[in-house]
Design a protein around this ligand. Structure first.
Ligand code: SAH
Length: 359
């Protein structure tokens, strides 16, 4: 009975507010005086995000397989784990025979990682250091291997790549370098997405009878992180950019890449979809994973960029364009994206520039 349950909820909430609040619980003192502006003490301090990453088996199993099936890379080597989180990658490396692993983590999760290393009997092999890579001092001058899981939504969101490049330039032994993973590629395709575009964008036209369409502009500018069904894909997938993590410079994460998307059937196009692959080319056999819509889902899902117009495209017709990607000048963790595209088809002629911001 619905009425009963409402009463029950009210009673429960009364109970919650009966006692005196424990002020210390709200983090008014101690080291917990974090601000959301300081990303290191933000979401990564909570176990929830680490649970999500660990349960992403495509992600975590790939790293585990890379390490366990390529022990020759790790044996007697000194490893740096950039952004260790719970320490999982460091534990894998220790099990694979690394001489020593430095696990650097800036969030409060570092305290847990220390305990986890102890509990699992590996304190002689794994040293957890709490702090930012950019500020920490390592007890050694050089390391043999850098391992990191730095990839963000749309590959580059959160800009942790720069942290890996910083670590590479500071500590890696140049003549025998191994960065894991060492390749990341960004792809673009185009999808039919009428239902979801209605739900996310057109929704604002009529909200309980009111016109909130002014929000549509903002909604359009924000890429949506979501899983795309492969049946929605209308065109080929175009490789936009491959980054060589062992050689690139930070500036290479800002780029303009042209694309050509050819329709594989008659359909409507509502959005571009971006996704990435990562590869570990130093393995005995090439290993890696894809976050694309044709691969098993990961927590990165895909990134959907809605188009102002609906494109009516015929099989064989081509959308040509370019995508410009750069970290935001004010907040380098955000990513600015500009897409220029044009279609000159039998049923549709469109040429446009659209701006997006990942934040
Ligand atoms: N390696 C772990 C966690 C990956 S998430 C795993 O694979 O499960 C990335 C981690 O890097 C987060 O815990 C984040 O707090 C940390 N991190 C991000 N920037 C960092 C920096 N500049 N210095 C140290 N750690 C950083």
């Amino acid at each position: 009975n619905l009425d009963d349950s409402i009463v029950a909820v009210d009673k429960a909430s009364e109970d919650v507010f009966m006692g005196e609040p424990d002020v210390s619980f709200f983090g008014c003192d101690g080291e917990d005086d974090k601000t959301s502006a300081d990303y290191c003490f933000d979401s990564y301090s909570h176990f929830g995000i680490h649970e999500e990453m660990l349960k992403d088996v495509v992600r975590t199993k790939t790293y585990q397989n890379v390490i366990y099936r390529n022990k020759f890379l790790f044996q007697n080597k000194v490893v740096l784990d950039v952004g260790a989180g719970t320490g999982i990658l460091s534990l894998f490396c220790a099990k694979a025979g690394a001489a020593h692993v430095y696990a650097v983590e800036c969030s409060h999760m570092a305290d847990m990682a220390k305990q986890i290393v102890e509990t699992n009997g590996l304190p002689d092999v794994v040293t957890v250091l709490k702090g930012k890579i950019e500020e920490i001092e390592l007890p050694v001058a050089k390391v043999d291997i850098i391992i990191s899981e730095w990839m963000g939504y749309f590959l580059l969101f959160e800009n942790m790549l720069n942290t890996v490049l910083y670590a590479r330039d500071k500590w890696l032994v140049i003549d025998d370098e191994v960065v894991l993973p060492d390749e990341a590629s960004l792809y673009l395709t185009a999808i039919e997405d009428a239902d979801y575009k209605d739900d996310k964008i057109e929704f604002w036209n009529n909200v309980y009878g009111f016109d909130m369409s002014c929000i549509k502009k903002q909604a359009m500018m924000e890429p949506f992180v979501d899983t795309v069904d492969q049946k929605q894909i209308v065109t080929n997938c175009h490789l936009l950019k491959t980054m060589d993590i062992s050689k690139m410079v930070p500036g290479d994460a800002s780029f303009t890449a042209s694309f050509k998307l050819i329709a594989e059937r008659d359909d409507y196009i509502h959005a571009f979809v971006a996704y990435f692959d990562v590869s570990f080319t130093k393995c005995h056999k090439l290993m890696g994973f894809s976050t694309g819509p044709r691969s098993r889902a990961t927590h990165w899902k895909q990134t959907v960029l809605y188009l102002e117009d609906v494109l009516t495209i015929c099989e064989g017709e081509t959308i040509i364009g370019s995508m410009t990607v750069a970290p935001n000048k004010k907040n380098p963790r955000d990513v600015d994206i500009m897409v220029k595209y044009s279609l000159s088809g039998r049923r549709c002629v469109v040429s446009r520039v659209q701006f997006y911001k990942m934040r």
